[in-house]
Design a protein around this ligand. Structure first.
Ligand SMILES: *Cc1c(COP(=O)(O)O)cnc(C)c1O
Length: 436
C-alpha cells in the first residue's frame, strides 16, 4: 500500500462529496478487489449499496470457481475424487488450515474448519465446561446473541446444573449501550473461583463493540476459568491473534465477513496448550482419528495430534470449496493488515460523512475509538417523525442493503474487500433524502 494513500485524510471536507469519494476510490490500492465479487443489483441493473456484509458476505468469483471445480471433479471422477488430484476430498479441509489460521492468528495445529458456529460452541463446551459444585458458572453478556445463550443454557442443564445459579451475565450500565470493559473484568473477578468459563463475543453483533480479548483472557485465567470467544463478527473484520493472546478456544461462522456463502462451514480454534491433552472430554467421530489407520475400520480411537481430533464427520466439500475461494481473495488483498488499514479509513470516512450530512438526526451507538470497533455501525434514527424500522425499509427500497436489529438499530457495515468510498457517500445521501 502506498504511503501517499495512507496520508490522505479521509475526514477532510474536500472528500465529502461524490467527487471526493471517487478520488478516494481512485487512490485505493484495494479498489480492484471489488471486481472479484458479484454485487447484487437493483431492478434497473445498477449496483446496490451493499452494506450488509456483516450478515451475509458477497460471493467472489474465486468461490464460484472453486465450487464449480469440485462439481466438475465429482461429475468426472465419482468416488475417485476422494483421493485424486491437488484438491482430493479426503484431506480437502487441510487446504483451508493455513489461510484460516492467518485470519485469526492461530497456529496451523490450532485451527480447523468444520460444522457450523453454534455446533462448534457446543463441542468446545463439551471440552471446556466441566462444572463441579464449587466451580460451575459460565459468564456471558446480557443479551448475548440468542443462539449462544441457548447453547450455554442447554450445556448447563445437560451437566445437571441450573442456569438460574450457573449462568451469570454482564450488562451495559444503565443508560449505556456498550459494555464497560472494566465491568467485564470486575465481573470475572467477582465470580472468581466459582467461574468455570467465560464465553464472550470478540465483536458484539448489535453495537459493533470490540471487547478487549487480551484483558478478558488474562482476567479469566487469573481466576482459573477457561476463556472462549465467539468470533462471528470478528473473523475477517478485525485482526486477531488468538494464539499469542492465549485464548483457550474460539469459534466463528464464515458466511459474514468471510464470504463463504449462506450456511457456510465454520472455524474452530483450540490453543495448542490444550490440543494434546487427552484428558479433555470430546465427542468423537471417525474424522478425528489417525488418518493412516482410519480406513482399517478399527474401533480404537487414535486421536490426530492436532485440533483435527475434534472433527467428527467428513466435512461438506462444496462448503469447503466455497470458503477456499473466499480465503484466496483475502490473500490476494494482502491479508487482514491491509484490509484493516482500508477499513479504518472507510470507518473514519463514514464517521465524517454522517456528522457532515446527517448531523444529529442519526446517532451511532458503536464505540468511536478505532481500537474498540470493526467496520460495523449501529445507527439509531433520532427523529420522532421517522421510526427506524420504516427508515430501514426505505433504505432497502432505495437500493441500500442494510439490516434492522430489534429494538431500534440499523446496522451498516462497509466491507473493505468490496465496498467503495462511493458506496459510503451514496448511503449518507440516500439516508439524508429519506429523513428530509
Ligand atoms: C451469526 C451468529 C451466530 C449464528 O450461528 P450459526 O450457528 O452459524 O447459525 C451465532 N452467534 C453469533 C454471535 C452470531 O453473530
Amino acid at each position: 500500500m502506498s504511503t501517499d494513500n495512507q496520508d490522505i485524510d479521509v475526514r477532510s471536507d474536500g472528500y465529502l462529496s461524490a467527487d471526493g469519494a471517487a478520488q478516494l476510490d481512485a487512490a485505493d490500492p484495494l479498489a480492484p478487489m471489488r471486481a472479484e465479487f458479484a454485487i447484487p443489483t437493483n431492478g434497473d441493473g445498477s449496483d446496490k449499496v451493499y452494506l450488509v456484509g456483516n450478515s451475509l458476505g458477497l460471493q467472489s468469483r474465486r468461490t464460484r470457481a472453486e465450487v464449480e471445480r469440485e462439481l466438475d471433479r465429482w461429475a468426472v471422477l465419482g468416488a475417485d475424487g476422494h483421493l485424486e488430484g491437488e484438491s482430493a476430498w479426503m484431506p480437502y479441509h487441510e487446504l483451508l488450515t493455513d489461510p484460516m489460521s492467518l485470519i485469526v492468528g492461530g497456529r496451523p495445529e490450532e485451527v480447523v474448519v468444520m460444522n457450523t458456529l453454534t455446533v462448534n460452541l457446543h463441542l468446545q463446551m463439551i471440552s471446556f465446561y466441566r462444572p463441579t459444585p464449587e466451580r460451575h458458572k459460565i459468564l456471558i453478556e446480557d443479551h448475548a446473541f440468542p443462539s449462544d445463550h441457548f447453547a450455554v443454557e442447554s450445556q448447563i442443564r445437560q451437566r445437571g446444573y441450573d442456569p438460574a445459579t450457573s449462568l451469570v451475565t454482564v450488562a451495559p450500565r444503565p443508560g449505556s449501550d456498550l459494555l464497560d470493559p472494566a465491568d467485564v473484568l470486575s465481573a470475572i473477578e467477582a465470580h472468581g473461583d466459582e467461574l468455570a468459563l467465560v464465553l464472550l463475543p470478540g465483536v458484539q453483533y448489535y453495537t459493533g463493540q470490540v471487547l478487549p480479548m487480551v484483558d478478558i483472557t488474562r482476567a479469566g485465567h487469573a481466576v482459573g476459568a477457561y476463556v472462549g470467544f465467539d468470533l462471528a463478527h470478528a473473523a475477517g473484520n478485525i485482526p486477531l491473534d488468538l494464539h499469542d493472546w492465549g485464548v483457550d478456544f474460539a469459534s466463528w461462522c464464515t458466511y459474514k465477513y468471510l464470504n463463504s456463502g449462506p450456511g457456510g462451514i465454520a472455524g474452530f480454534f483450540v490453543h495448542n496448550r490444550h490440543v494434546a491433552d487427552q484428558s479433555l472430554p470430546k465427542f468423537l467421530g471417525w474424522w478425528g482419528t489417525n488418518k493412516s489407520t482410519r480406513f482399517q475400520m478399527e474401533t480404537e480411537f487414535d486421536p490426530i495430534p492436532t485440533v483435527e481430533s475434534w472433527q467428527i464427520s467428513n466435512p461438506p466439500v462444496l462448503a469447503l470449496a466455497a470458503l477456499r475461494g473466499s480465503l484466496e481473495t483475502f490473500d490476494a488483498a494482502g491479508g487482514m493488515t491491509a484490509l484493516r488499514s482500508k477499513s479504518e479509513r472507510q470507518v473514519a470516512y463514514l464517521d465524517s460523512a454522517l456528522a457532515h450530512v446527517l448531523g444529529d438526526r442519526v446517532r451511532s451507538i458503536t464505540p468511536t475509538a478505532m481500537g474498540e470497533r470493526g467496520c460495523q455501525f449501529a445507527l439509531r434514527i433520532a427523529s420522532a417523525d421517522h421510526p427506524g424500522k420504516a427508515v430501514q425499509a426505505k433504505l432497502e427500497e432505495s437500493g441500500v442493503a442494510c439490516d434492522w436489529r430489534y429494538p431500534d438499530v440499523i446496522r451498516v457495515a462497509p466491507v473493505p474487500l468490496y465496498n467503495t468510498f462511493g458506496d459510503i457517500w451514496r448511503f449518507t445521501q440516500i439516508l439524508d433524502g429519506i429523513l428530509r
